[in-house]
Design a protein around this ligand. Structure first.
Ligand code: AMP
Ligand code: GLY
Length: 441
């Protein structure tokens, strides 16, 4: 098939690689010049991924039979609707359905009005005075979220990024003055986060193996929130701190949300990705995304058996292919990011990558937000590239990544704790604590 993939990061690199391997001819639209995608694509167009008209006419010119949208910003811009109107089946939801990601206020209210479990206590505000009044009546366990898209970096927690309620008010005022939508204030939850991605045609869904991202910039979960520093998955598709019933609960919440979206005439086609947290009181929903996770898409796609092409096409056309199976392997993915990432990244510096060396060590390379220029690879302000390894146990995959890191260089760093035996054990112990009855804990 002739397929266009929109997006220029690691997620789109692995999608493009897999779709090419399955015999498709792939064209790409991306804002940066990703060298991994560039060499796999039959042709590519460098443009903003939110350039809806330009992207659709590029695709029409290539006789595209399936569009695959990677990131969230084109979904908010209505790219899926535009592909559908021009007769090109699109893997990726309509603007109305994608609101589940780009409006946190919409999501919280949808879950509340359909009686779907998983919401924390929350309130939505458009007026500073109302929000300030609410904050005055709160204990300090509160989280401030802009309702709209922020690339994973807009959430601030009192006690972490905000020192107290008065700093929370300053942040709320700043967000409302930006006039980009409402502010959501919610109860601060604590526990272990996990990602559940499911491919859906809006009616049925195919849950993918669970994965756990590491949002904080530095080892030991310290530092600013980022787009995600790396992730792991286990051979059984569960995570060390979860029980099967937790996974079933997350699946149930997602199924109910899909039903609710259908009722609202917002049928969702693509990947629904729930960012959940296992807390002492059970599974809670932090946010939904309307796309594959980055980096957790690397964990799941690398172990997916069968035809990704057929699966994506069947979702796009509303007749989901039911069967999907996975290799029984653990995976670990670590992003390499520019020094200063999360706050003030050093951009435009050269990085060196010895791909043959990476292959010899047993890992796979995926390019992220870099630019290829005159034979060099330059950093941008975002995550540069990821290394991925598979093994029976995550720490064995992590050991492969340790060995591979000698193959790369530049003003970049990665989180070396991701997938390590100590980290996995720490999370397993945390799961035991979280599952204890509250009155025993
Ligand atoms: P979100 O964009 O909503 O996923 O939030 C980004 C990150 O902020 C999450 O991955 C969590 O680490 C944190 N976060 C979001 N909501 C909450 C909450 N209610 N309680 C504690 N942490 C949260
Ligand atoms: N794993 C973080 C994200 O995709 O938003």
């Amino acid at each position: 098939m002739r397929i266009v993939v929109v997006g220029g990061g690691c997620r789109e690199h692995i999608l493009t690689e897999r779709l090419c391997r399955e015999g498709n001819t792939v064209y790409s639209v991306m804002r940066n010049r990703n060298p991994g995608i560039e060499r796999l694509s039959s042709d590519f167009s460098i443009r903003e991924e939110t350039d809806v008209d330009g992207t659709v006419s590029f695709a029409e010119g290539k006789g595209i039979e399936l569009a695959v949208i990677g990131p969230e910003t084109p979904l908010e811009a209505g790219l899926a609707d535009a592909f559908t109107s021009s007769g090109i089946p699109c893997f990726g939801p309509s603007r109305d359905a994608a609101e589940i990601e780009f409006s946190k206020a919409f999501t919280r209210r949808l879950m509340e009005s359909y009686g779907i479990p998983g919401n924390p206590i929350y309130a939505v505000f458009d007026s500073f005075d109302d929000a300030a009044g609410f904050l005055d009546g709160c204990s300090s366990d509160i989280v401030v979220k802009p309702s709209g898209l922020t690339g994973g970096k807009g959430v601030k927690i009192v006690g972490e990024q905000l020192s107290d309620i008065s700093e929370a008010k300053v942040y709320v005022r700043e967000l409302l003055e930006r006039k980009k939508g409402s502010v959501v204030l919610e109860e601060r939850l604590s526990g272990e986060e996990f990602s559940l991605q499911a491919i859906t045609d809006g009616k049925e869904m195919l849950p993918l193996p669970l994965a756990q991202d590491h949002k904080r910039a530095f080892e030991g979960d310290r530092g600013p929130n980022t787009g995600g520093m790396g992730s792991y998955s286990m051979s059984d598709g569960l995570l060390p701190f979860l029980e099967e019933s937790d996974r079933e609960r997350a699946i149930y919440i997602m199924q109910r949300v899909l039903q609710a979206l259908r009722k609202e005439n917002r049928e969702f086609r693509g990947v629904l990705y729930g960012g959940f947290m296992l807390t002492r009181d059970g599974v809670r929903l932090l946010e939904f995304n309307a796309r594959f996770a980055d980096p957790e898409s690397l964990n799941v796609i690398s172990v997916m058996k069968g035809s990704l092409t057929e699966t994506l096409l069947s979702s796009a056309t509303g007749h989901l292919k039911r069967e999907l199976s996975f290799e029984r392997m653990a995976t670990v993915c670590r992003y390499f990011v520019p020094v200063g990432y999360g706050e003030k990244p050093i951009t435009g510096t050269e990085i060196t990558i010895d791909e043959r060396c990476i292959g010899e060590k047993g890992a796979t390379l995926y390019f992220g937000s870099v630019n290829a220029s005159e034979g060099k690879i330059l950093t941008t302000s975002s995550r540069s590239f990821a290394l991925l390894a598979k093994a029976e146990e995550p720490w064995e995959a992590a050991a492969i990544l340790e060995k591979s890191s000698v193959c790369v260089g530049g003003q970049i760093y990665s989180r070396r704790d991701i997938g390590s035996r100590e980290e996995i054990e720490r999370r397993r112990q945390n799961g035991i604590r979280l599952h204890m009855a509250p009155d025993l804990g």
